[in-house]
Design a protein around this ligand. Structure first.
Ligand code: 5GP
Length: 125
């Protein structure tokens, strides 16, 4: 069920628990501002989620409230993970779902990083 991206942050969401190590994840990278881990249900050979350490519901919330330092640290983390996984030359895709029409299910900002095969059309259907 997609979330309402205008609601306040809920610190019991699944990615908040992953950040606090209350539930396990397969981390591939972290810096002061971001954590990256494998998606539990990958839809591409490489499917990594990158999340900010800060409490932000969505891309909208982050770009409105996040500091320049947090935003830079987060975006640099995404680029770093893509490079570390050898994705720049073959190419890759980034996706951030926001709210209902975006199909966002987890109310903590996450950017999907997909790669490892030609990814096809931008949107299904
Ligand atoms: P959204 O639809 O919100 O953009 O994407 C949420 C993503 O989180 C989905 O791709 C889903 O597979 C992933 N996900 C949901 N729960 C967990 C979890 O407990 N661990 C990990 N690693 N990924 C999760």
């Amino acid at each position: 069920m997609p979330i309402d991206a205008t609601l306040p942050y809920d610190d019991q969401n699944i990615f908040a628990k992953i950040l606090r190590d209350e539930i396990p994840s397969k981390r591939v990278y972290e810096n002061d501002y971001a954590v990256a881990f494998h998606d539990i249900a990958p839809v591409a050979p490489i499917h990594i989620l990158v999340i900010p350490r800060g409490s932000y519901v969505s891309w909208d919330d982050f770009t409105a409230r996040g500091s320049d330092t947090e935003i830079a640290g987060f975006i640099r983390a995404i680029g770093h993970v893509a490079r570390e996984h050898g994705l720049v030359m073959p190419g890759y895709r980034l996706l951030a779902n926001v709210g209902g029409h975006g199909g966002q299910e987890v109310p903590h900002l996450h950017v999907h990083l997909f790669g490892g095969k030609p990814l096809g059309p931008m949107l299904a259907g």
